[in-house]
Design a protein around this ligand. Sequence first.
Ligand code: APR
Length: 246
Amino acid sequence: MQGKSEIIQLTQLLKKASHAVALTGAGMSTESGLADFRSPGGLWQGKDPMQLASFQAMQDNYGEFREFYLWRVQKLKEAAPHRGHQILAEWEKEGFLKAVFTQNVDGFHQQAGSKEVLELHGSLHRFSCVKCSASFSPEEFEKDVACAHCNGKLRPGVVLFGEGLPQKPWEEATRHLEQADFFLVVGTSLAVAPVNQLPLFFEGRGPQVLINRESPPLSSLFDLILQGSAGEILSQVNRILKKGSA
Ligand code: APR
């Protein structure tokens, strides 16, 4: 667990920043009840993501691919944003945070009230036809309808392994980072490119802080690491920020 001094240091950095941005990963949603990917019990434990979440899997193994995303859509219905998501949204409203870049596809930042949310890995709230790209809802995907225009199969609006990232959010994120003077990274193993390059891109532009349950390989890039639960740590920082005692 992190000490009180790291909490105060993070609070001071946040107050001092004029353009702070945050990057979140699956560790931001585990306290909402959604498993992450690489922790014990994570979605990739005992599974091969290439068999479930790759462009090739969608082509060659649509049945299993569809089952996996159907299960994730249903899990999403049982979960909701937690206090940590709400705090990031409050910090945006209060001017402490300019944007949240997220690898998560759950939409929880927006549901918690964040406005400037860049979904770098897409969204599980959007589906489309594999063939003609017509848009569909999660409900239509659940009903296993074929595309009304071309009878194609439906796919989730998430970035699959083997696919490039959606250009617009990526460009907006790098534009933010060019102006940013503080980078807060929360709940990610930084295992997946190109998102894991963002802390490298930001290096030397200002302090960067990591909040994570464990210390991932790229941790040497961070000026401060708070090891523990995202929700708890964000709440502790928020309490001090609101007391104005940092
Ligand atoms: N608080 C803080 N950190 C947490 C918490 C929590 N409550 N729960 C988990 N973590 C940490 C874990 O220790 C882990 O280091 O969050 C990290 C989650 O890492 P991953 O499971 O690898 O998730 P993520 O980094 O978001 O994965 C990136 O990989 O499979 C792809 O597309 C998928 O977007 C995902 C990408």
